[in-house]
Design a protein around this ligand. Structure first.
Ligand SMILES: Cc1cc2nc3c(=O)[nH]c(=O)nc-3n(C[C@H](O)[C@H](O)[C@H](O)COP(=O)(O)OP(=O)(O)OC[C@H]3O[C@@H](n4cnc5c(N)ncnc54)[C@H](O)[C@@H]3O)c2cc1C
Length: 409
């Protein structure tokens, strides 16, 4: 269903009166990823309520570096609007957004809506310098399951007292409420960017990554790439580091490139300097452009100091991966042949041993009984379930999909 903004609240109230299960949706690009949603009695698929018609940029305050948008606004449209004022939302294009943003991405998935982005709460390599989606959120508007409209946060960059409802909703996967509007922090667009592709044996790249993380050069991102090049399958050294540098001064950029190059030479690592266009091409590889719609897509997170161990894990053999060197968070993907299910289970165990976690976003189709749970119980499961009952007492929203609660088999 794609209601007009003025129809939305009454529709949600009606659904509540009838206790109809439904699923908040944006453009539907990644709706089925993660645990399956129970459709409710008499339906073969869950009723999806899309924000597609809530697509207005409500207010952009370039001077305050804030923007308020309705959540059905495509991310591409928002970034284009901000770029007209030399600003941007400091976030990557989501995994699967194969084509460069300026054109709106003529690829299979597209970058989705701002609401979908906030609801999933995932961030990529720019987290290194700019933190994640939750850190860009200043205010949020929502409709609760009973149709009550609520707001949290504000429209200016300052601390707001009270419960942090915004960050509760960020990463809630549509399980708590329909997010209708968000206010986000913006940043000036860096006028100059340069990339470095550093490749060589893992044991030579690792000290270089550690040096980069501790250096004062403050790259925008330092991403581990593993088998992301189309021809990487047989390459002996399939790992590389993608570094992105941004500055207002071309001279500073050149100095930074020279400094990293010197370190890389000393470490015996090969360096390729990337102009903005080639940097974007490498970023696309990290969004899975050489393997659109893989059978497996996994989201992994380990403490940053243990990223090396994850990269060395033999359970990763055959798979492609991009992991933020500073955050320890990233995506792993592969075909059913490259990643048999038992290896995914072993990889999950390995991530847990390392103090992290693994979420299964996509898996090959098969009998439900053999499916791997998208996520396992979090230690805070009782608390999460209490919050769910408060927000959604009739269990209408995204039934069966609650982050931190292992989905029923
Ligand atoms: C670097 C990066 C990597 C990412 N990688 C992934 C990834 O691998 N997999 C992934 O799934 N996402 C990923 N994301 C998040 C991604 O941005 C969103 O999944 C995507 O934008 C979905 O857009 P959509 O509008 O098509 O949402 P949909 O596909 O329609 O919905 C996606 C999810 O959001 C919920 N939702 C959508 N709109 C609302 C709303 N208004 N209120 C409440 N809930 C809502 C839905 O219930 C569903 O759970 C990533 C984001 C970044 C920045």
């Amino acid at each position: 269903m794609r209601p007009e903004p003025h129809e939305l609240q009454e529709l949600v109230r009606d659904l509540h009166r009838q206790a109809t299960p439904w699923l908040p949706a944006g453009s539907g690009s990644r709706l089925e990823w993660g645990p399956p949603v129970q459709p409710g009695p008499g339906r073969s698929a869950p009723l999806a309520l899309s924000t597609a018609r809530l697509d207005r940029i409500v207010e952009h305050n370039p001077g305050d570096f804030t923007v308020t948008v309705q959540t059905g606004t495509p991310l591409v449209v928002l970034q284009q609007e901000l770029a007209r004022h030399r600003q941007w939302l400091t976030l990557d294009w989501p995994w699967g957004t194969a084509e460069a943003p300026a054109t709106g991405g003529g690829n299979a998935l597209g970058a989705g809506t701002v609401g979908g982005l906030v609801a999933r709460g995932l961030a990529g390599g720019y987290r290194q310098r700019h933190l994640g989606v939750r850190d860009q959120l200043i205010g949020i508007g929502l409709l609760r399951a009973d149709g009550t409209a609520a707001r949290a946060g504000g429209k200016v960059v300052k601390n707001v007292a009270g419960y942090d409802l915004m960050r509760l909703l960020c990463g809630s996967w549509g399980s708590l409420a329909l997010i209708t509007e968000v206010t986000l922090r913006t940043q000036p667009l860096p006028p100059q960017r340069r990339g470095l592709w550093l490749h060589g044996p893992l044991q030579q790249l690792q000290p270089l990554a550690r040096w980069l993380l501790g250096s004062s050069l403050s790259p925008e991102r330092i991403d581990w790439h593993r088998r992301t090049l189309p021809d990487a399958a047989d390459a002996a050294g399939a790992e590389a580091l993608l570094v992105s540098l941004a500055s207002i001064s071309p001279q500073t950029l050149e100095e930074q490139v020279a400094c990293i190059r010197q370190q890389a030479d000393q470490a015996g690592v090969r360096t390729e300097v990337l102009d903005p266009e080639r940097l974007e091409a490498h970023l696309e590889l990290g969004r899975g452009s050489s393997a659109p719609r893989p059978a497996w897509l996994l989201r992994a997170g380990v403490p940053p100091r243990r990223t090396d161990e994850l990269l060395r894990a033999r359970e990763l053999d055959g798979a492609s991966a991009v992991i933020g060197a500073g955050s320890g968070l990233g995506d792993i993907w592969g075909s059913a042949a490259q990643l048999p299910a038992y290896r995914v289970e072993a990889l999950r165990r390995r991530c847990r041993e390392l103090g992290g976690h693994l979420t299964v976003l996509r898996q090959p189709p098969g009998p439900a009984a053999t499916a791997i749970p998208a996520w396992l119980d979090a230690p805070s499961r009782p608390l999460i379930e209490t919050v769910k009952r408060q927000f959604d007492p009739k269990q209408q929203l995204a039934r069966g999909r609650l982050p931190g609660v292992q989905p029923p088999p």
